[in-house]
Design a protein around this ligand. Structure first.
Ligand code: ADP
Ligand code: MG
Length: 676
C-alpha cells in the first residue's frame, strides 16, 4: 500500500464506500491523507458526570437502560441512562436504533457529544460511543472534523484514517532538511499526524504551521523561479527620451501626481533594460492609471514600437481609446479601437493598419488576441483591470511579438502586501497611492429602504445643480423568486414617477454593444442625468461630472466591488456621495459599515481578504487554480518566513529536482503565473 493506491485497497472500504469517497474527490490513499480537517473538537478531557457542564463533553460510563421508540414516521428516538461512579445522565440519539445493540453489553464506553438543554432537560445529544478497551477514534480525544462533501461522514473519514495511521507515520519528507531545521518545523509525517490525530490543541497549531509553510513556500519558490527565468528573456530596447516625455507632460490639462511621475519613471527605466518588463501598476480607483499608460505608450511610439492596451469590456475599451486619442494625437500618434463591434470592411482596414504599423496604439477587448490580429512591432502590452483576465489571455497577447514585449498590468483593486508577495511575487510593483489634487473624500452612507423618498430628494437636488448620478441594481430580468430589483423595472419606475422630469438612461450587459456605447456616450456627454445600470459600470468607467452613486441591495455586493462602484464618482473637484441601500431594513452588515467608514482601497482589500479570501476578491480567472488548502494569504508572518526560505533556496543554487513532490507542485504554480 502506498500513496497512489486506490482507497478501495484499504481495510473497511468496500465498493460502495469507495464510491462515496470518490464522489467527494478522494480516490487514492494520498488524497485522503492530505484531506485536512476543517476544524477540531476538543473531547479529550473525560468529565465525571457530577461535574458535567453544558457544551462539548466526554464521559466514561456504562449504559444502565436503553429504549427506542418511534415518534413519527421517519423519526425514532433512542434514550439511555448512562452512569459512572459520580452520577447519572440521559443520552439521546435520533434515528440510531443500533445504539441499543451496541450498548447493551454493560461494558464501559466513552461518550463524546454535546451536553445541552433539549426537550425540557439537559442531555447528551447524539454522542459518539466507543468501548473503552478500544483505541478510541470517535471519542475521548481532540477530534478532527472533516468537511462533509456529498454526504461523506466525518466518522467514516476518522475510521479510515485510523487504518492509514501506520502509513502516515512512515511518510517521507518533502521539504529540504535545512529548511525544516532552520524554521523549526514538524516533519511532514508528524504534521499530518498532528492534524489527524492531535493529542493537544497545540499539536494542531504546529501541524498547521508546517503544512501552511509548505504551501506558501511552493508558491513563493515558483515566483522566484519565474523571475529568474524572465531575467533570461530578451526584450525590446525602448530608449528613454526626456524631451519627448517632457513635451507630453506639458500639454496635459493637469499636473501629474508625484506617484504618477514615479510610476512612469519606473516603467521608462524598465523599457531600457535588456529583459522585458513585468510590472503591476496598482492604484486605487481614480488615481489616474490611464495617463501613466498614455505617457509610456507615447515614449514607445516615439521609438517605433506599437502598444496594445487590452480592457475587459467594450465600454472601457472605447473610453480608453478616446482618452488616449486626446492625449496622443497632438503628437501624431495614431490610436485604433478593436472590439467585437468593429465589423466588416472597417475591421479589415484596421487589421491592415495594425499589421503595417500605421496604428501605433491599439486599444481593444479580447478581440485583440485573435489570430487574425498581427502587429508590425509590438513592444508594449498594457492590460487594464488585469484581474479580469486569465493567464492564458495575457500570454496570447504577449505572443504577438517577435520578442517578449514589456508588460504593464494595471489594477484598481489594491492588493494587500501579503498577497502581492505571494500571488504576484514575480512582478515588480508600482503603486499610485495618491489621488489627484483637489479631490474630496466621497461621503458614504447606508440607508434603509424605508428612507428611499428622502434619498431620492437628495439625488434630485444634486442633479438640479448640474451633476449626474448612477443607480446600480444587480440583476437584469425580473425574477419573482427573489427580491433583487431588476434593472429594467427600476428604470421604468424611476422614469415614470420619481424622476419623470429627468433624463434617464439604462445600461446592462445584455444590450447590443452599439446600444451600450450610445448610452455611455450620452451619459458621458451630460445628455443623461441618471444612469440606471448593472455592475457593467463597475470597472474603469470615467465620467467626472457624476457625483452620486446609489447602490440598491448593497449588502449583496462584495466589499471590493462596492469600493469599485463607489470609485465611479469622486472624480472631479465636486463633492461626491455614495448611498448604499440595504435590501431589508435589517441592520447594515459589517461589510457595509467598513465601506462607510473608509475610502481607502488598501484597507478595504485587507478586510475583504480576511472576510472572504483571495479568490473572491481577485477574480477566479486568475486564482481559481490557486487553491491553498491550509495557508492563509492574510498570514503575513508566515509568508515572510516562507519568502525568506524560498530566496535562500534559489540563491544557494540547490536543485529542485531532487525533491520530487516539491518540484511537481512548484511547476504547477509556475505555469499559473509565468510570462512565457
Ligand atoms: P483609474 O486609475 O481609476 O483608471 P483614470 O485613469 O480613469 O483612473 O483617471 C481618473 C480621472 O482623473 C480621469 O478623468 C483623469 O483625466 C483624471 N486625472 C488623472 N490624473 C490626474 C491628475 N494628476 N490631476 C487631475 N486629474 C487627473
Ligand atoms: Mg482605469
Amino acid at each position: 500500500m502506498n500513496l497512489v493506491s486506490a482507497l478501495e485497497k484499504v481495510k473497511g472500504i468496500g465498493a460502495k464506500t469507495g464510491e462515496q469517497f470518490a464522489l467527494a474527490g478522494l480516490r487514492t490513499v494520498g488524497d485522503l491523507i492530505n484531506f485536512l480537517p476543517r476544524t477540531h473538537d476538543d473531547f479529550s478531557k473525560v468529565t465525571a458526570i457530577s461535574n458535567i457542564e453544558p457544551g462539548k463533553a466526554t464521559i466514561k460510563a456504562r449504559c444502565e437502560k436503553i429504549v427506542t421508540r418511534p415518534v413519527r414516521r421517519g423519526l425514532r428516538i433512542t434514550t439511555a441512562t448512562l452512569a459512572d461512579e459520580s452520577g447519572k445522565l440521559q443520552a439521546v440519539w435520533f434515528n440510531q436504533p443500533y445504539r441499543e445493540t451496541q450498548l447493551k453489553s454493560g461494558e464501559e464506553f466513552f461518550f463524546s457529544g454535546e451536553f445541552e438543554f433539549n426537550y425540557n432537560r439537559y442531555q447528551l445529544t447524539n454522542p459518539s460511543a466507543e468501548q473503552v478497551s478500544d483505541m478510541p477514534i470517535q471519542t475521548d480525544r481532540v477530534l478532527p472534523v472533516y468537511r462533509s462533501i456529498k454526504g461523506l461522514k466525518t466518522t467514516l473519514v476518522r475510521k479510515i484514517l485510523a487504518e492509514l495511521r501506520p502509513l502516515i507515520m512512515m511518510l517521507p519528507e518533502t521539504l529540504p532538511a535545512d529548511i525544516i531545521k532552520d524554521e523549526k518545523l514538524l516533519s511532514r509525517s508528524d504534521a499530518l499526524l498532528a492534524m489527524h490525530f492531535p493529542k493537544t490543541l497545540d499539536d494542531i497549531e504546529k501541524g498547521r504551521e508546517r503544512l501552511a509553510f509548505e504551501e506558501l513556500f511552493e508558491l513563493l519558490l515558483a515566483s522566484q523561479l519565474n523571475r529568474q527565468e524572465n531575467a533570461k528573456l530578451e526584450g525590446w530596447h525602448i530608449l528613454f527620451n526626456q524631451s519627448v516625455v517632457k513635451q507630453f507632460v506639458k500639454q496635459l490639462p493637469f499636473k501629474l501626481t508625484g506617484a504618477q511621475r514615479l510610476a512612469a519613471w519606473e516603467i521608462l527605466q524598465d523599457f531600457e533594460k535588456k529583459t522585458p518588463m513585468n510590472r503591476l501598476l496598482q492604484g486605487d480607483v481614480g488615481s489616474g492609471k490611464t495617463v501613466v499608460a498614455g505617457l509610456t505608450a507615447r515614449q514607445a511610439a516615439h521609438e517605433g514600437f506599437q502598444t496594445a492596451l487590452m480592457a475587459p469590456t467594450e465600454i472601457l475599451a472605447s473610453q480608453h481609446a478616446e482618452t488616449l486619442q486626446k492625449l496622443l494625437s497632438p503628437f501624431g500618434v495614431r490610436v485604433g479601437l478593436l472590439t467585437g463591434s468593429v465589423k466588416g470592411a472597417a475591421r479589415k482596414t484596421l487589421y491592415t493598419a495594425i499589421a503595417e504599423g500605421e496604428v501605433e496604439v491599439v486599444v481593444g477587448t479580447h478581440a485583440l488576441i485573435q489570430e487574425t490580429v498581427q502587429f508590425h512591432k509590438l513592444g508594449f502590452v498594457v492590460i487594464d483591470e488585469q484581474h479580469r483576465f486569465g493567464v492564458k489571455q495575457r500570454q496570447e497577447l504577449l505572443k504577438k511579438s517577435q520578442h517578449m514585449p514589456h508588460l504593464l498590468a494595471m489594477t484598481a483593486t489594491p492588493i494587500p502586501r501579503s498577497l502581492a508577495l505571494t500571488v504576484y511575487g514575480e512582478l515588480d510593483i508600482s503603486i499610485l497611492n495618491e489621488l489627484p489634487k483637489g479631490r474630496k473624500p466621497i461621503i458614504t452612507k447606508t440607508w434603509s429602504p424605508n428612507s428611499r423618498a428622502q434619498l431620492y430628494a437628495m439625488v434630485d437636488e444634486e442633479v438640479a445643480s448640474g451633476r449626474q448620478a448612477y443607480v446600480i441594481c444587480s440583476l437584469i430580468d425580473d425574477n419573482p423568486d427573489n427580491e433583487i430589483k431588476s434593472v429594467q423595472a427600476e428604470y421604468k419606475k424611476l422614469q415614470n414617477s420619481i424622476f419623470k422630469h429627468r433624463r434617464i438612461g439604462l445600461l446592462h450587459g445584455k444590450l447590443k454593444s452599439d446600444e451600450k456605447e450610445r448610452v455611455m456616450q450620452q451619459f458621458s456627454a451630460g445628455q443623461l442625468d441618471i444612469l440606471v445600470s448593472t455592475t457593467v459600470v463597475e470597472v474603469g468607467v470615467d465620467v467626472p461630472n457624476a457625483t452620486v452613486m446609489l447602490i440598491e441591495d448593497a449588502d449583496r455586493f462584495g466589499l471590493s466591488q462596492l469600493h469599485q462602484l463607489r470609485g465611479r464618482v469622486g472624480r472631479s473637484i465636486h463633492q461626491s456621495y455614495c448611498y448604499l441601500i440595504t435590501s431589508t431594513s435589517a441592520k447594515p452588515t459589517q461589510r457595509l459599515r467598513e465601506v462607510e467608514k473608509s475610502n481607502d482601497g488598501f484597507y478595504l482589500a485587507e478586510v475583504d481578504l480576511k472576510l472572504r479570501g483571495p479568490g473572491e476578491i481577485y477574480g477566479h480567472a486568475q486564482h481559481g487554480a490557486l487553491n491553498l488548502q491550509i495557508a492563509s494569504l492574510a498570514d503575513t508572518k508566515l509568508i515572510a518566513r516562507a519568502q525568506k526560505s524560498a530566496r535562500l533556496f534559489v540563491e544557494s543554487g540547490q536543485n529542485l529536482l531532487q525533491y520530487k513532490q516539491l518540484a511537481e507542485h512548484v511547476h504547477q504554480y509556475q505555469r499559473l503565473t509565468t510570462l512565457n
